[in-house]
Every structure is written in C-alpha cells, then in structure tokens.
Design a protein around this ligand. Structure first.
Ligand code: FES
Length: 653
C-alpha cells in the first residue's frame, strides 16, 4: 500500500501513514496533542485542524489539492448546524491521501498553554484531572448477565483505554435511565487524579454533552479565604473572590486557634464547621459571579497552612501547638468533597489538598514552591509569602530550605490603630516630605495622590477609612526616612522633629497622617503601638530569612521574591528601609502576587504538577524557627530599623 508524509505544526511531529488514515489517527500515533471527546465519531468537533496547501521548502514537501479526502457529509452537517471557520476540517473525518502539512489550532489542543496575563501570573499547561468522554455502550441482552455499569466500564476501556473505572452509589442510581434515554450513548465526566489514582465517573449525561466543567483553587489562609473559579477546559479564571475566615472569632492567629481547641472541648469541631460553611458560601457566590452552576464544580484544590489544613480536614490541631509539631499526615490528599461537607458543589466533586512540608510549613508554602520553582533557579532566591504567618523559602537548584515565621497579622492591617483590610478607602501608599514632614498618600479605589486637585472628588465614594498593610509599611519607612523615627523605632516629639503632626499621646508620640474629622471622617494616626507591631512583624520575618541563610551558609541572596496577596503591593524600597528583607539590589526584588493561589491553580489545571510538587516537598529541608536558639538572637537584632548589626549597603546606593 502507498503511504504519505504527514507533518503536524506547531509540534513539528511527522510520520508516514497509509493512504486513507484519518488525521486524528495519525495524530494519536505520533503523540500529537489533538483533542477528541467523541472518539472520532464526528460529534464533538474538538478535533478541528487546518491543512495547508502549496510548497513548504522548510519541511521539504509540496502539498497538492486532494492531499486530504473531500469534505464529507458529517463535516457538512456540523458546519451548517454549529458553524466552523473556513479552511478547517474535522481531524476524525479528513483522511490522508497525499503528503500534507496540518496545523493544530490552540483550541483543538488538550494541553493548551494558558498564557499569563501579567508578570505575576505563570503560564500553565492544561492537563486537567476531569474531562468529558463520549462512549457507546453495548445494550443488555438476555444471554449476557453483566450489569449496565460493567458494560459502561468495558466501553470506556475499549474506546478510551480507561481501566477499572469506579463510581459512587448516587451515580449508580442515575445510570439506568440515563443510558436508556441516550439510547446507550452517553457522555461521562471522568476524573483521574495523579499517579495511580483510580479513574472515577463523577457525572453522566444522555448522548453527547457539552456542558462546562469547573474547578476551584482555594488558598485557605488564617485571615482570608481566597478562591479562583477556573474553566477546566482552558484554565480561564472566570472569577476570583474571597472572604474573611470566620475562625477569626476563635483567635486571630494560628496559635490562638490551637489554644482554643486545647481549652474548649469540641472547639476544633466548631472551627471545622465554621470554615466549611464559609467555603460553601464562597463556592455559591463565586459560581454566581462567574455565571455558572455551582453543581458544575467538579474539583477543588486547597492550599493552606498546617493548622488550617487540619481544621479543614476535621483533625484536632492540638499536636501542632507543641514540639515536635507532628502533623497527622503531611502527604497530599485526594478526597470526596462530601467528606468535607462541601455540599454546594457537584455531589461527586473531588478535592485535592497539596502536601505539607512540615508541622509549621504547610501546603501554602508547597504551593509557592510549585509556582515559583526555587528548585529550578540558578540564583540563590529568597521567597517570602507575607501573611499572618510568613512562609519563607530560600534556595536554588541544589538545595531549598523552608521555614515559617509568626509575623502576626500586623502586615495585614490588623493590630494597627487605624488598620483595616485592603479595601476601597484604605490608604495604601504614603510619602512624607523630608523637608516639610508633610504627608501625601493614595487610597485604594482612586489613582491620584492626596495633594492632587480632584482628590476630594475622587475619594468621595469610598471616603478615607483607614490604612491597610502596605500603607502602614510605607508610612513607617517614610517616617524613618523623614527623620521622624529613630533607628530604635521611637517617634520624636514636636520639639525634636519641628512638626505639629507629631502629637503627644501619653508618654509617646503619634504621627497624624490624615485628619478627616472636619468631614466626619476618622483621624488616621500612626501610633507608637503601630510602630511596635510592625517592628515585631518585620523582625520575625527577617529573623526567619536569616535563619535560613545561616543554614544555607550564605550571607547574601541574589534575588528576593515577595509573594502573598499583599506582597504585590509592597514597595521594595520601603520593605528594605524597614529591614523586612535582607539587603539586595532593589531591582532584584520582584513581586509574585498571590503565589500560593497560583500554585493551587496550577495543581487544579495540571494533574502532573501534583506529582511534581509531591516530589519537590521531599527535597525541601525545613527549618524549625520555634526551637532554633539563633532565631531569638536574630529577632532581637532585627528589631532596629533597618537592623542593629547587619549592613544594608544597597540602601545607600
Ligand atoms: Fe469528535 Fe472529530 S473527534 S468530531
């Protein structure tokens, strides 16, 4: 028999095939990524390709008319009903009749690359755990005693090479009417987790079904719960939303929640219930925002610190409150959402929880490692994920260390006299003129400075309500640079500083940043207590980083990446003036945005990434700050602004 050369672009894969081979078959044999839900039956149209004709000197072929079989009736029917771009063919219908060059457009690729939209988003290659498959099932027969499910399983094996599929009871209950309604043709939502997970049917529909499959990537923090809802077909983020963690009423930081569980019998159960209710509410609201049914959410990926991890799972976190900080389990988990009482999703939805690194270094740090890949860096990179707890990673391709440091919620605007969450109306940027000592600032929701004309108008809607985490960091750094604050962190009085903005309050002084009292708004002050709270938080952060540097045997790093929802907003200069991070050239400090959330999204969209992070966490060496005597010493020295002993030459540059 004669054969012909088939060249696929953009992959460049090529091979010779007997005349009459369908393009989809050729693609399969060459391992070309060409989608198909219906298995080549001309129903799904996922297999669209674009043949090219003419001379291709680069590939050494000439493609003549007639290189593919004629446009057929199946293609005609599809095109007239659903439309198709001119020049496109269905890969399962068009057969090879001569040498041909075939382009696979991005929408026909299963493993599409989701291109990042900004510098803080990473490209993700799609390889979702849940996908739709169309199958034709053998009808039952008096002489063949197998059940309908067993025949469905055989069809999946023969038509899709899916072995040993399982399903839960609720699916069994729906199976028979759906098979009969679809006349033995059905579409299943098939879930196959990473490594040796059992394939599982999550849902099924009569005939060919095209509905969307969605997933949630959830960063479950101590203070906030942030979620993205993603389309599992192309990774698109349809909506992002968050809410306060209702466990705050049991304790602001992690250790106070662990104590709550220790002191109150059943306290852990109460906290578990609260967080699960919040996640259900968030699932419903984010699905509504995205305009999809919450029942079309088939997967949830969680990243969280160890205490939140245990409370989500319904495990008493008491062991995490005392040395040696043993986790009940540090491995990744694949679960039924129902087992976590997450009922506002598809009833068969699956949950994947990223692995924890250690008792103090959780799945959130693992997610940051997945997103930022310090283990692939040539440079010695320091990654700090700033939240109520700071997750810190240091390393390069040879070795990665991790620790967690109890910064407390000051960086998030909590424990600050005029502090608030980053929301419209919050002061987020601050400058203080070193000569006049007068401030100017910007608030979230408007993009002009307070001394610009039109500022009053621009902030009429939001008002000026308080100061958020990035605002307080800038304010403290600016106070220091304007000479209003000494290296010990003491605010000077009006006599010393020459400005009436430094107002006495008891035995200390506060700096008046904004007086809105004339308009019925608040007086926003930076108090001595605020400075102390920031000093404690930044000392904890810096001491954690220094501890890792000691362990690594380095006295400087090549790069610093600030992660965390608010890492995106901290200015590198202000962070360094405060001594939050070690000395490094300012242009080597970058922001990664919410890297933990990105890590969750990667694990949601790419099942192989789950294997990758499970392998990586084993290579990350964790350092326990709580029992390291050096930590205290570093902490005390880091209390000064920027530091009592460590030099900061870049600040003078
Ligand atoms: Fe479904 Fe071609 S594979 S239409």
């Amino acid at each position: 028999t004669e054969d012909a050369l088939v060249i696929f672009t953009p992959s460049g894969k090529r091979g010779r095939f007997p005349l009459g081979t369908p393009v989809l078959t050729a693609a399969r044999q060459l391992g070309v990524d060409l989608d198909s839900v219906c298995g080549g039956r001309g129903i799904c149209s996922k297999c669209q390709i674009t043949p090219s004709y003419g001379d291709f000197p680069k590939h050494g072929v000439t493609v003549a008319d007639g290189a593919l079989t004629e446009w057929n009736a199946v293609e005609e029917r599809y095109k007239s009903k659903r439309g198709m771009i001119d020049g496109r063919r269905l890969g399962c219908q068009a057969k090879v009749m001569g040498d041909v060059v075939i382009d696979v457009p991005p929408e026909s690729q299963v493993h599409k690359q989701v291109i990042r939209k900004s510098a803080t988003q990473r490209d993700i290659v799609m390889d979702p755990a849940t996908r739709l498959l169309y199958v034709e099932v053998a009808e039952p027969d008096m002489h063949e005693p197998t059940g309908d499910f067993e025949r469905l399983a055989i069809a999946l094996r023969d038509q899709w090479q899916v072995e040993d599929v399982v399903a839960d009871l609720s699916l069994m209950r729906r199976l028979q009417p759906v098979l009969r309604k679809g006349e033995w043709k059905v579409t299943v939502a098939l879930h196959k987790g990473n490594h040796d997970a059992t394939p599982r049917i999550l849902d099924l529909w009569p005939g060919f079904h095209e509905g969307g499959l969605y997933g949630l990537a959830i960063d479950l923090g101590s203070t906030t719960i942030a979620a993205h809802i993603c389309d599992l077909k192309d990774g698109a983020v349809l909506a992002s939303s968050g809410l306060m963690n209702p466990q705050i009423r049991f304790g602001e930081d992690l250790m106070s929640r662990v104590s709550y569980a220790m002191m109150n019998p059943g306290g852990d159960v109460e906290m578990t219930r609260a967080v699960r209710e919040a996640i259900n509410a968030l699932a419903a609201s984010i699905a509504a925002e995205a305009g999809v049914e919450a029942t079309a959410i088939y997967e949830v990926v969680f990243v969280c610190n160890p205490v939140m991890h245990h409370l989500l799972l319904g495990i008493d976190p008491v062991e995490l409150g005392q040395a040696p900080f043993a986790l009940a389990t540090s491995g990744s988990l694949s679960l039924d959402a129902r087992d976590l009482d997450l009922t506002n999703l598809n009833r068969a939805a699956r949950v994947y929880v990223l692995p924890c690194i250690a008792g103090h270094v959780g799945a959130d740090a693992a997610a940051v490692a997945l997103s930022e890949e310090p283990n692939k860096s040539k440079d010695m990179v320091l990654i700090v994920d700033v939240g109520t707890n700071a997750e810190i990673l240091l390393g390069n391709e040879t070795r990665v260390l991790a620790c967690s440091s109890p910064t407390g919620p000051a960086f998030e605007g909590a424990q600050i006299s005029s502090g608030q969450r980053a929301a419209p109306g919050a002061i987020e940027r601050v400058e203080i003129d070193p000569a006049t000592k007068e401030p100017r600032f910007r608030v979230i929701g408007s993009d002009i400075w307070s001394d610009d004309p039109g500022f009053a108008e621009a902030t009429k809607q939001t008002g000026i309500t308080g100061i958020c985490g990035s605002g307080i960091i800038e304010a403290v750094a600016e106070l220091r640079m304007a000479g209003l604050l000494d290296p010990g962190g003491l605010i000077g009085g009006p006599d010393q500083t020459g400005t009436p903005r430094c107002v006495p309050e008891g035995r200390t002084h506060s700096y008046l940043l904004h007086d809105g009292s004339a308009e019925g708004g608040p007086r926003i002050m930076v108090t001595q207590g605020d400075i102390r709270a920031i000093q404690l938080a930044k000392s904890a952060l810096y001491a954690g980083a220094r501890l890792l540097m000691d362990e690594m045997g380095v006295d400087k790093v090549d790069r610093v990446t600030l992660a965390g929802a608010f890492g995106a907003h901290i200015s590198a200069k202000h962070a360094m003036v405060l001594g939050m991070i070690p000395d490094v050239p300012l242009d080597r400090v970058t922001s990664a945005g919410n890297a933990a959330g990105t890590g969750a999204r990667i694990a949601l969209c790419n099942v192989a990434a789950r294997d990758q992070i499970e392998a990586t966490v084993h290579q990350i060496h964790k350092v326990e700050t709580a029992i390291e005597p050096k930590f205290q010493e570093h902490f005390v020295n880091a209390n000064a602004i920027p530091h009592a002993t460590d030099p900061f030459p870049e600040l003078n540059a």
